[in-house]
Design a protein around this ligand. Sequence first.
Ligand code: NCD
Length: 331
Amino acid sequence: MTSSTIRPASDYPPGGDAFRHRHLTGIAQLTPWEISYVLDAAEEWVDLNRSGAAKHDDRLAGLTIINAFFENSTRTLLSFEIAGKRLGADVVNMHAAQSSVKKGETLIDTAMTLNAMRADAIVIRHASSGAVQLIADKVDCPVLNAGDGRHEHPTQALLDALTIRRRKGRVEGLTIAICGDVLHSRVARSNILALTLLGNEVRIVAPPTLTPPAMERMHVTTFTDMDEGIKDADVVMMLRLQNERMDGAYLPSAREYHALYGLTPKRLEQAKPDAIVMHPGPMNRGVEIDSSIADDADRSTITEQVEMGVAVRMACLDILTRRQRGVPGWN
Ligand code: NCD
């Protein structure tokens, strides 16, 4: 079931034509083929990671990857670090709290500093939408977006697509409800772009105050009623309330939010009987999702998403550094 949609390499254009980008700044730049290409490449790394043979592939040996995180992170930072190390790269982490950013250095100056150190790839998380593109325009090496403001979080969408594809046998023709704080969520944005591009019906379920304007332009339908929004869904994707991005009162209280938008076992009965439940983490148990659902291994894909995150990031680091490594056909 898991591998049914993997395409043979001969289905893709040869060499670098299969993935034409120097950077991974967002899903918006990608074609459906390029997304499938990354997912198929990641499958290989899932198998290797599970076999325990990981670390035996050192194709990134001699490369230096800098993880520049200007915002907090647990799973994204760790999984980029593990992904780089599993492929033999030297990985260094820069935490903004301990960096010169706190001394007033501009983003461009930080970018030029990272560039002068001759990194072979830079992974960036930043609180401002567009900051990653700004850095990508200034440096010589590939830049991977690990989340920029409310804008995009492309590797999260890729790992979510891979998780869905493995659990459901396909990632097309499904009904997928993305529920919660869509307004502040780069995860939602990247997922909407990826999942609509791959041919799924995507619904947004959120209170009016947390629904972004003009969602119809993103080819989704919006719901303010949770029971209606998840009705007959194949996938229910929950989002965290991003309080740190809220500059004012968007909600009466967490308790009220849970009553109307929390995913409870009763509410989940509205979705298809075999619906899966996703969450990018970190989750607030008892707010957007009940523990009994989060911990139900048959329904919840939360730990599998983390596992897929390492594989997808290995695939992205491999693909984006092929030009520097002189891989034939990747000039
Ligand atoms: C998300 C993020 O940082 O955008 N987390 C993640 O990368 N797994 C979502 C969140 O913070 O709620």
